[in-house]
Structure formats: C-alpha cells, structure tokens
Design a protein around this ligand. Structure first.
Ligand SMILES: C[S@@+](CC[C@H](N)C(=O)[O-])C[C@H]1O[C@@H](n2cnc3c(N)ncnc32)[C@H](O)[C@@H]1O
Length: 258
C-alpha cells in the first residue's frame, strides 16, 4: 500500500498520545538495541532516541514513502526497509517497540510469538494497536465495500478484524513471558474540520480501498458515498468539532531473564 505521510500527520497529536502512553510503561533503563517496527515517518522512533540516546535504534518499515520522510527528518537515525512479517534481525533486540502498525498484519498467533523470539532474555516487546474495527468509521467502510456495485472491485479487501480481544493476547503470551502488562482504552478524540473522521481514515483505513479502484471517477464516487455515511454517524458538536472515539489495545511483555 502507498502511504501519504502528510495525510497521516494531519492528526499527529492524537496519533502520538498512545505512543507516549505505551512508552511510559516500558521500564528498561539502558536497552542497547531497539527496533521500532512499522516506524512510519519516524516521529516515535525519534522519541525513543531522545529517551535512550546511547542505544542503537533502527526504524523498520515497508513503505518507501514513509521511510523517505523519516530519513529526511531524522538523518542521524538508522532506517531499514523490510516487512515485519519476516523480521529476523542479525542482533536481537533489547526492546521491540511497535506503535499502530501490527494491525496491518494478520495471524497474530504466529506473529507476536515470532517477535518475542527476536528479543534477548529480559527484553521487552511493547505494542499498541488500534482496536476499533467494529466502530462506525470502519464498519461503514466495510459495508460499503461489500455492497452491490462495489463488492466486485473492493469487497475482497474487507478482512476479519486483525486485532483480538485482550484476553486472547493474555492466553497467547502469559506462559511465554516473565511479565505481561495489557490494557485497553478509548480516546475521545476531538477533531476539527467538516468531515473530520473522513480526513482521519484518508490517512489510514480508506487508503487500500481507494488504491484498488481503477479511476479517479470511481475513487471520488466511493469516497463521497463513504463521506455521507460518516457525516450521519459522526455529527458535529455545537462548536463544529467532531468527537471520534477510538479504542486502542496495548501490550508490554518482558521475556524471561537468563
Ligand atoms: C499507522 S502507521 C504508524 C507509524 C508509526 N509507528 C507511528 O506511530 O507514527 C503504520 C506503519 O506501518 C507500516 N507497515 C504496515 N505493514 C507493514 C509491514 N508488513 N511491514 C513493515 N511495515 C509495515 C506502514 O508502512 C506504516 O508506515
């Protein structure tokens, strides 16, 4: 999928807050090797480097567009274009951090344990993922994609919710790690703009659907139909803002020490 760094950054303050919440629960003092998986434009990677200035920090992402901005904005950090699915670094990580990226990958029953394998004993895996696939913003998109007229073109892009319940991650991880900290929260995001939720999803969930359509005319029609549905689902407040509740799931798992 082709990412647009500028569109993604329209709501950078809201997107950064969960990363800070995740970071606040990582209690390592001097992790020597840190990987930021799905680092995007490197905003969060640079926060990691501010906290642990002496560490080796590598931002990993599959998107050339995102990495180009990361390299421009943070030339002193190390960047690597790679698929998280096949993440097998030469040096094991003391910390593997991943903010808002692993929900793009399926089969978490295989993926999450495989990431633990890439940590040293006593290392930490810290993950934040959106968990709002049942929210109107996403459900309306999927319903539209599966409706008559669009199903043949984009219906196949609707995938089962990739993120499981918190209890599922507990059962997956509790016997494999020494410490496990799981939590979930809903951020009541107050957004500005006429169709703010559309602007939000333009940077993320809507992108693959538009990319799969054949012409600008189709893209405009699909987006307009989705936009109308969103305006009904997320009416503006009296002051013109839109409240967009957004649930996120967090995992901080520490492997057994030697
Ligand atoms: C929503 S952005 C999050 C960026 C960054 N972590 C942040 O918090 O600002 C998701 C990123 O995950 C990357 N991504 C998605 N699937 C990936 C995969 N299989 N391998 C590597 N990167 C992936 C995308 O390219 C994108 O840059």
């Amino acid at each position: 999928m082709v990412w647009n760094p500028d569109q993604y950054h329209l709501f950078s303050d809201h997107r950064l807050r969960p990363a800070l919440d995740l970071l606040s629960q990582v209690h390592l003092t001097t992790p020597r090797v840190i990987y930021d998986l799905g680092c995007g434009t490197g905003n969060v990677t640079s926060l990691l480097s501010k906290r642990w200035g002496d560490s080796i920090i590598v931002g990993v992402d599959s998107s050339a567009e995102m990495l180009e901005k990361a390299k421009n904005d943070h030339p002193a950090l190390e960047w690597k274009q790679a698929d998280i699915q096949h993440f097998e670094p030469t040096s094991k990580g003391h910390l593997i951090f991943s903010n808002a990226a692993l929900h793009w990958l399926d089969k978490h029953d295989e993926l999450i344990p495989s990431l633990l394998e890439q940590l040293i004993p006593g290392g930490v895996l810290a993950v934040q993922m959106p968990n709002n696939f049942q929210a109107p913003s996403h459900q309306l998109l999927y319903d539209l994609a599966l409706s008559n007229g669009w199903r043949d073109k984009v219906g196949s892009l609707v995938r089962p919710a990739p993120v499981h319940k918190l209890e599922w991650y507990y059962d997956l991880l509790s016997s494999k790690v020494a410490n496990l900290n799981l939590w979930e929260t809903t951020y009541f995001q107050v957004l500005g703009g006429k169709n703010a939720v559309l602007e939000w999803t333009r940077g993320t969930a809507l992108r693959p659907f538009l990319a799969a359509l054949d012409s600008d005319e189709e893209r405009n029609t699909f987006e307009q139909e989705y936009a109308d549905l969103l305006l009904d689902a997320y009416p503006q407040q009296e002051d013109g803002s839109t409240i967009y509740p957004f649930s996120r799931l967090f995992i901080v798992a520490e492997t057994e020490s030697d």
